[in-house]
Design a protein around this ligand. Structure first.
Ligand code: NAI
Ligand code: A1CAB
Length: 271
């Protein structure tokens, strides 16, 4: 499926909040005409309203792709409106956490091609990472199309099994929130050491952003990058002795954090 097929048959976006808008911004920037996009959302933002799409208009009869980006709790209410498009060659892509392919098949039709995806919010600036997995009805070309569509907002990885998506959700889907909280914690600690709130936040934000960019651009093992900062018996070593403590430091805390988010993903899947 080429962009031209999307442009011709149309793309439907069901739910256009934070995640839907992030993806829409990427597609429009990549040249998808706004006249080829149909958005269903009872509460669209001013930005969504200004994009020139078909907003809350009757859906096209045979769209190339339908993206489902409503909250998992809204699925039961939202999916019936899409059922008429099921069991054909319209490809459904759901980004909802914890909504299984089986649930989507039951609502949309057992023969519907369905891709389950887990993106993250850095998609808003084209730096997301999305994991995808499809059901048996997704053709190779449709999987390629889903990958192409989602690569408009960052990297895409294909999963071997649907079960992997719970761990993905716990790491990269929810992960930006962990990193934002790290910024908050570093800023609070800097304040506690006597810096002003503004300076503390500036230092924390730039440090996390710069370290992240360095890790990506160099492709270096993060452990080596860490060692590069750490002078023998210096300040970093003193800090890392606390942070890397295997009982009270970051390793067990992050392990529990990701486990809790992954467990919640599995719990949502059970309904
Ligand atoms: N925010 C995030 O970091 C990520 C979110 N997701 C998934 O994306 C989905 C959407 O999440 P967000 O964009 O954060 O939520 P959001 O609340 O910002 O957006 C959801 C949108 O759906 C709309 N909506 C509600 N009922 C609807 C209906 N019946 N039909 C059509 N639209 C309806 C709402 O008005 C809202 O604009 C969720 O399923 C979430 O699991 C996945 C990965 C990351
Ligand atoms: O918190 C959530 O449930 C969604 C899924 C991943 C990120 N946000």
């Amino acid at each position: 499926m080429q962009n031209s097929e999307l442009a011709q048959r149309g793309l439907v976006l069901m739910g256009c909040g934070k995640m839907g808008s992030a993806m829409l911004e990427g597609w429009l920037a990549r040249g998808l005409p706004s006249s080829s996009v149909w958005i269903s959302d009872p509460n669209p933002s001013d930005w969504v309203k200004a994009q020139g799409t078909h907003l809350n208009a009757p859906l096209p009869p045979d769209p190339a792709v339908v993206i489902v980006a409503v909250k998992p709790q809204k699925m039961v209410e939202a999916l019936p409106a899409l059922r008429a498009l099921g069991n054909g060659d319209t490809l459904f892509v759901s980004v909802a956490a914890g909504t299984t392919i089986a649930t989507l098949e039951a609502a949309l039709g057992e023969r519907s091609p369905i891709v389950r995806a887990m993106p993250n919010t850095p998609a808003a600036i084209g730096q997301g990472i999305t994991a995808i997995v499809g059901n048996a009805h997704v053709s190779g070309a449709q999987m390629d199309a889903a990958e192409a569509l989602l690569s408009a907002v960052g990297d895409v990885v294909r999963l071997e099994t649907e079960a992997q998506i719970d761990a993905v959700t716990g790491v990269s889907g929810s992960g930006p929130a962990y990193v934002f909280h790290l910024i908050e914690c570093m800023a609070a600690a800097a304040e506690a050491e006597g810096l002003s709130p503004e300076l503390a936040l500036q230092l924390a934000r730039a440090t996390v952003a710069g370290a992240g960019a360095l890790a990506v651009r160099t492709g270096e093992d993060p452990a080596q990058l860490r060692r590069n900062v750490t002078s023998p018996n210096g300040t970093t070593q003193a800090g890392l002795d606390v942070l890397m403590d295997t009982d009270t430091g970051l390793p067990p805390l992050i392990r529990r954090t990701v486990a809790a988010a992954s467990a919640r993903s599995r719990e949502l899947a059970r309904g």
